[in-house]
Write a protein that binds this ligand. Structure first.
Ligand SMILES: Nc1nc2c(ncn2[C@@H]2O[C@H](COP(=O)(O)OP(=O)(O)O)[C@@H](O)[C@H]2O)c(=O)[nH]1
Ligand SMILES: [Mg+2]
Ligand SMILES: [Zn+2]
Length: 325
């Protein structure tokens, strides 16, 4: 029995597929070889796509999960009762929004908070810009984020190849996770950037036995080597299932405050040091909202997330240790 390192490249529930990792002379890692079906010894080992695994191989195509290597980051969604892993060890989130159907600004706000809390990058993609009727409405919703400095790119996965080529530089050498509601165009973008994605998806589905539920799986796709390499590292795209809810109940109030980029200059300056920015007198965050420096939607989102975090604490009391505050 030999131990080997592998990259988790597809997950469906607790079924995992991995590929062997190699490290070359310049310390760059790449994965390849046959797809390995990974069995997990128990709930202790919940893996996410992007995780590096220590495996005990029983054959070429089968292995048992021994250990998950420490992660740089782990993206997940949670409410008071359960959590769902999205991806691990990623460099940036690509939030995919569309001009049509209308997207949820709340989900956008939460994706931004998730990126900040994990100290990873975020890039907003407004897709379906060929549908010009609804473009202005979408731009207005995104505008507060553009003003805060988050990069925004207008693209059309189906009708504007040049708009996608312009993003090659933002993708190369990085592991990016596509996040968004279903119908926004995540798969269309993936297929445009990774021409063999459909074939790879098919192969993963057969091996994972997902049946028709291919869209509930998370998968890892290498970028084409023609343009996907930067600093000797091949970038990748992780496709996540479309979701409507992006619960962040696992973030503590302190983590939340620091995840709001535009709050930074104000934190610690409210009259009360534990100010919830609700109705307390001398709240500088509320003053900034009144002066149109902070968008009211952002304060509303903060209050909602803060309340979710506290509800989760109450639910968890006695079950797990409290979050760091
Ligand atoms: N007009 C237009 N439609 C698009 C574009 N990108 C995707 N679509 C369509 O939007 C729908 C949802 O796309 P899909 O990639 O499946 O979205 P996903 O659910 O986020 O993966 C499909 O009918 C696509 O053909 C685009 O750039 N322009
Ligand atoms: Mg899709
Ligand atoms: Zn305050």
């Amino acid at each position: 029995m030999s131990l080997s390192r592998a990259l988790l490249i597809a997950s469906y529930g607790r079924h995992y597929l991995a590929q062997t990792l190699r490290t070359d002379v310049s310390k760059h890692q790449s994965h390849g070889g046959p797809l390995i079906e990974v069995t997990t010894p128990g709930k202790r080992h919940l893996g996410a796509v992007g995780d590096i695994l220590q495996l005990e191989r029983s054959s070429d195509r089968q292995a048992r999960l021994v250990e998950i290597e420490p992660r740089r980051n782990l993206l997940y969604r949670s409410d008071a009762f359960k959590s769902k892993l999205i991806a691990a060890n990623v460099d940036q989130i690509l939030v995919v929004l569309a001009t049509q159907p209308a997207f949820s600004p709340d989900l956008l706000g939460r994706a931004v908070v998730a990126a900040e809390a994990n100290q990873i990058g975020l890039h907003i993609l407004l897709n379906k810009c060929d549908l010009s009727d609804s473009i202005e409405t979408a731009r207005k919703l995104i505008e507060p984020y553009a003003r805060m400095g988050y990069p925004v790119s207008e693209v059309s996965a189906k009708f504007d190849t040049a708009s996608l080529e312009r993003l090659h530089g933002a993708l190369q050498g990085k592991v990016s996770v596509l996040v968004g509601q279903s119908g926004m165009g995540k798969s269309s973008l993936l297929n445009a950037w990774v021409p063999n994605a459909a074939a790879v998806t098919q192969e993963y589905s057969v091996r994972l036995d997902t049946g028709k539920h291919t869209t509930t799986a998370c998968r890892y796709f290498n970028l084409p080597s023609e343009w996907g390499i930067a600093d000797g590292k091949l970038g990748a795209l992780i496709d996540s299932p479309g979701f409507q809810e992006f619960g962040l109940a696992h973030l503590s109030v302190s983590e939340l405050q620091h995840a709001f980029r535009e709050f930074k200059d104000y934190l610690g300056h409210c009259r009360f040091h534990n100010c919830a920015h609700e109705t307390e007198p001398g709240c500088v965050i509320r003053e900034a909202v009144a002066k149109h420096i902070i968008a009211p939607e952002r304060l509303a989102l903060f209050r909602q997330l803060r309340s979710d975090s506290q509800t989760a604490d109450i639910q968890m009391m006695g079950i797990t240790t409290a979050k760091q505050r």
